[in-house]
Write a protein that binds this ligand. Sequence first.
Ligand code: ZN
Length: 174
Amino acid sequence: MSIREIITVPDEILKRVSKPIEKVGESEKKLIKDLFETMYSAKGIGLAAVQVGILKRVLVVDVSLKEEKKKPMCFINPTIRKLSDEMAVYEEGCLSIPDTFIEIQRPKICEIEYVDIDGRTQIKEFDGLLSTCVQHEINHLDGKLIIDYLSKLKRDIVIKKISKIKKNPDRILV
Ligand code: ZN
């Protein structure tokens, strides 16, 4: 296993649409392990393959609390089958957009069809934080970021701010 580098905006790869996985083989399983390790080390609760530069439709999620036992979940080729009319709001951050949190309203419940790590098709319903997290990650597979929920003007401001942070090599986080 290895921790991979997380790609951040304004890298254009984040806007691309990821391709379905045809077979869950050894290299896909290794990628999934790396995604979990990278996500845990970055203290995120979800990560899509495109965020480490791999344009494949796979994502990992773990919304368990720190005190709880880990609940790793992996979704291959996920598609949304149903969305509730009822909405939920969370302040969402993204490992690919440093230091930015945006309040986003999404359907509270979603039903997802996906393939699990053993290659079996699953259909499951998710609610609350898990639902929001899975929808956020599926957006990544389609090249959509949380800043795309903002107006163009606000989006440009966020990207400008992040570009500035990246240009300053002396800045450290302690
Ligand atoms: Zn994200």
